[in-house]
Design a protein around this ligand. Sequence first.
Ligand code: AMP
Length: 170
Amino acid sequence: MDLTQLIRDIPDFPKPGIIFKDITPLLQSPEGFQNVIENFLDRYGQWEIDAIAGIEARGFFFAVPVALALGKPFIPIRKQGKLPGRTRSVAYELEYGTGVVEMHEDGIAPGSKVLIMDDLLATGGTLGASAELIEESGGTVAELAVLIELEALEGRKILEGRQVYSILQF
Ligand code: AMP
């Protein structure tokens, strides 16, 4: 199945010069969406993972079905100010701005092996900050998994030493 047909380029969103990879056609295609989730399940089904973390918001689309299918806890990694309990934060730089990711302080059991999922890897700032959050919370990162990797932005360089998995490369 050619999943690239289900990813739409939106030029100059959210800022001039950015080509936004819009995954809404994929979400509208049950076959395409299922294909992506099965790809992740084929990879992680036999791994020793204690929890699946998803990055707000588009990471949730992938992390939640994978967590449910594997019977593992889902951990939301959210933007600043959204989580109601006591949080830990890490600041990061984005392809189009800066941001902060947060997690509940008691979000994972100490020693947990966590798979972190997002929709897209660009510069690597978001996934890098999310990995730090997991580690500061006493967990270890099993792998960083995304649907799309923008290879020209060399996000893997920032994430050097970490395992990264992507289904589609542009
Ligand atoms: P980065 O931290 O630079 O790797 O950016 C990754 C995060 O920003 C992901 O959560 C993406 O959803 C979002 N993002 C960055 N660049 C794009 C893009 N060109 N198209 C769609 N989403 C993007």
